[in-house]
Design a protein around this ligand. Structure first.
Ligand SMILES: [Zn+2]
Length: 328
């Protein structure tokens, strides 16, 4: 397959646990059109791939752009991805996806060259090229949602490590004696500062009898208290919710201290569903960085919210295709 001239749009796909978002985006980052489909991963791998193809085909047909006129298809998928081979190795959000050759399957059906990359990695690239990190050479992107993932940009380039798995920022150990993480380790950042950690802590406090509006917001059943409930209650000034957010933000801050000391980044971008809390989350995290990180790098780093929000992965997919062309 030959190098695509500048200007051809990319078909970007964000393959998540609940929905598939497909968009045609120009190399300059203009969204031409967009389609959604539920993932329905429980219906099996073949069905999900069929839904990706149906949405993609609708999109290119409506835009009157045959697959051959695209510069490529790039799929940002949740999970462990072998980007070189285009294989979804494993994905906690996509049950049944083990060693699925997604790139080959999509190329077979469309004839368009296809790339597959991790969604958090894609989001990092997206923010770097089109979002909060434009023009920033050294940055860390952290997505805080149900889990925590991320990506590392060094010298303007995505850092992928020896085998392509770098950037598992949610799985740095923060508390040697902390909660067990599904990754097999103990006390990972993800177990202390993610959406599920926030929900778990709120539920724990409610079980201990804490007085909070969260219980009422969850129709009287603590099991329904989610990170979103905590965020909503914190926004309304609920003291228990604020203390839960503050605790998670403090752990998050400890994670950021490590990034600052190790990478000396110009910027740390926090995205993801929990990241949407913005300053409520970032202010206490910045305080921890100011208190604990090496002073000079801490005085330089800007800790900011994501600019692209839910679109960061799609834009990252576009950037990834552009980078692949550049490295040909
Ligand atoms: Zn872990």
């Amino acid at each position: 397959m030959t190098e695509a001239p500048a200007g051809k749009p990319v078909l970007a796909v964000d393959l998540g646990g609940t929905k598939i978002v497909t968009a045609l985006i120009t190399p300059q980052g203009r969204i031409l059109s967009r389609e959604y489909s539920p993932t329905l991963a429980e219906e099996g791998v073949d069905d999900v791939i069929r839904r990706i193809l149906t949405t993609a085909t609708t999109l290119v047909k409506n835009a009157d752009l045959p697959y051959s006129s695209l510069s490529g298809i790039a799929i940002a998928a949740a999970g462990a991805i072998d980007t070189e081979k285009g294989v979804v190795t494993d994905s906690p959000n996509l049950p049944g996806w083990h060693n699925i050759p997604l790139k080959a399957r999509i190329e077979q059906a469309t004839g368009a060259r296809t790339f597959v990359l991790n969604d958090a990695t894609a989001a990092a690239l997206g923010e770097h090229r089109f979002g909060a990190g434009r023009g920033v050479n050294n940055l860390i992107y952290l997505t805080v949602s149900t889990g925590i993932g991320g990506g590392i940009i060094i010298g303007g380039k995505l850092y992928s490590g020896a085998t392509g798995s770098a950037g598992e920022l949610g799985h740095m150990t923060i508390d040697l004696n902390g909660p067990h993480c599904p990754c097999g380790n103990i006390g990972c950042l993800e177990m202390l500062a993610s959406g599920k950690a926030i929900a778990r802590e709120a539920q724990r406090l409610i079980a201990q009898g804490a007085r909070t509006m969260m219980l009422e917001m969850a129709e009287g059943d603590a099991r329904y208290v989610s990170a979103q409930t905590v965020a909503n209650a914190a926004h309304k000034g609920d003291a228990v919710a604020l203390s839960v957010v503050n605790k998670a933000a403090t752990y998050l801050g400890v994670g950021l201290v490590n990034f600052v000391n190790i990478f000396n980044p110009e910027m740390i971008i926090v995205g993801g569903g929990v990241g949407k809390m913005g300053e409520t989350l970032l202010r206490p995290a910045r305080k921890v960085v100011a208190e604990r990180a090496f002073q000079f790098p801490a005085s330089v780093v800007r800790i900011v919210s994501s600019e692209l929000g839910d679109n960061s992965g799609l834009f990252g997919a576009v950037a990834f295709v552009a980078d692949a062309d550049r490295s040909l």
